[in-house]
Design a protein around this ligand. Structure first.
Ligand SMILES: [Zn+2]
Length: 410
């Protein structure tokens, strides 16, 4: 086991921080040449590499953070396929899967997913776990054991994805109390069409419960093609009325794309003002929403990342489902996500805000102790790939090495 390692690497300029930039060479794609050293898991030196006609042939990234996944149903596609590939059918097949669900099956799926995620370069994952009355009672104890088991390599956060009504029951309160010890997050779905009065009342109860136990909330909201922004508008009204401060994440927030530009900007300002964080999930949105088997259309709602960023909203990009009724593909691979999402959403990898949504915003969203910026004193938690330009990253034959706490993991 070597305690000191060093590399000549390229690092995206917006993902690193150094004091003296005098001799720093940054290429046209925003990749800067560095000499990096780490000892005992911590970066001990980071300096510009300035040798004429010599460019490193490796790119270094901080290990990735997945803001939105569903470990509990990953890899169920074989048993529970959804060949119609639309939202309604996904939900219906998902409910069929619930009937056969056991704690053991969920743990097997989660472990398989986490091992892949580690190998592919993730350091933290937030996962929603379907939560309903008939769920086996021991599941949360087992999931928190799993969280502990992986904690030296990967930080795992759980969101209990329940019907909003659940948070107004005794079992909901009991789970919230348990979550106050384990830092679990309350989840739910707010998708139109809905009864506005009823949703307002349920959201109020959920927010008050979160406030009582000092918990965060993460909602699947406005993952829809109709009623643009109906969910977020109700949520904002409810927060205003209650006048409480609960940390909130809005996952999806897709339909607001169909609002007028000035409406999106205004809504974005309110979202930023309330410090609500947003996760855009382009893969599932593009796959499930507005599906038309006869006509090809580009009309897919996805959170308007650039407008939201312009309104100072902290936006992350996540993967969502992996090989289950909601999304047939994926492999807990951040490079797959970047390869699909960047061209899909016209996000350029040499733009600071693009990289922020893949690296820095996710670290903030999960409240990680390291923000993902590479600098002296940061943890040596890296993915190093054989590449010298962005095109190499988005090719299929990427060779990579993952370092965890400074040691080669794979
Ligand atoms: Zn989801």
């Amino acid at each position: 086991m070597s305690s000191s390692l060093n590399f000549e690497v390229l690092i995206p300029r917006s993902l690193c921080e150094i004091e003296n930039t005098d001799k720093l060479i940054v290429d046209d794609e925003g990749l800067a040449s560095f000499f990096i050293t780490w000892e005992k898991g911590i970066v001990s030196d980071l300096k510009p590499l300035n040798i004429e006609n010599k460019k490193p042939t490796k790119i270094l990234f901080p290990r990735f953070v997945e803001t939105h996944s569903h470990l509990d149903k990953s890899f169920t596609w074989g048993e529970f396929p959804n060949f119609k590939s639309n939202y309604e059918e996904a939900l219906s097949v998902n409910l069929e899967e619930h009937i056969t669900r056991t704690t053991k099956k969920v743990l097997d799926r989660a472990e398989r997913s986490l091992n892949l995620a580690l190998k592919n370069g993730y350091r933290a994952i937030r996962s929603h776990i379907d939560t309903y009355e008939a769920l086996e009672k021991n599941i949360w104890a087992e999931l928190f054991n799993l969280q502990k088991e992986y904690s030296s390599k990967l930080k795992l956060q759980f969101v209990a994805l329940a019907p909003l009504e659940f948070w107004d029951t005794d079992n909901g309160e009991k789970l919230a109390k348990k979550f106050s010890i384990h830092k679990g997050i309350l989840g739910g779905v707010v998708v139109p069409p809905f009864n506005k009065k009823k949703i307002k009342s349920l959201l109020s109860k959920m927010l008050l419960l979160a406030d009582k136990y000092q918990l965060e909330i993460d909602l699947h909201i406005d993952e829809s093609t109709s009623d643009p922004g109906a969910g977020i508008k109700v949520l904002l009204e409810t927060i205003d009325r209650l006048n409480i401060k609960v940390p909130i994440t809005c996952s999806h927030l897709s339909s607001i794309l169909n609002l007028k530009d000035n409406e999106i900007i205004n809504l974005g300002r309110k979202i930023a003002e309330k410090e609500i964080k947003v996760i855009a999930l382009p893969l599932t949105n593009f796959w499930l929403l507005n599906r038309n088997d006869k006509n090809t259309s580009l009309n897919r709602p996805v959170a308007p990342i650039k407008q939201l960023q312009k309104s100072l909203v902290d936006v992350s990009i996540g993967s969502d489902n992996v090989q289950d009724p909601w999304y047939s593909f994926g492999n807990y691979d951040p490079f797959y996500l970047m390869t699909c999402a960047m061209p899909m959403l016209q996000l350029s990898p040499w733009e600071r805000l693009t990289l922020s949504s893949f690296f820095l915003a996710p670290s903030r969203l999960l409240n990680l102790s390291w923000d993902g910026l590479i600098k002296k004193g940061c943890p040596a938690d890296f993915v190093i790939v054989d590449a010298e330009k962005w095109a190499d990253i988005f090719s299929s034959n990427l060779t990579k090495k993952v370092f965890i706490n400074g040691e080669l993991y794979c």
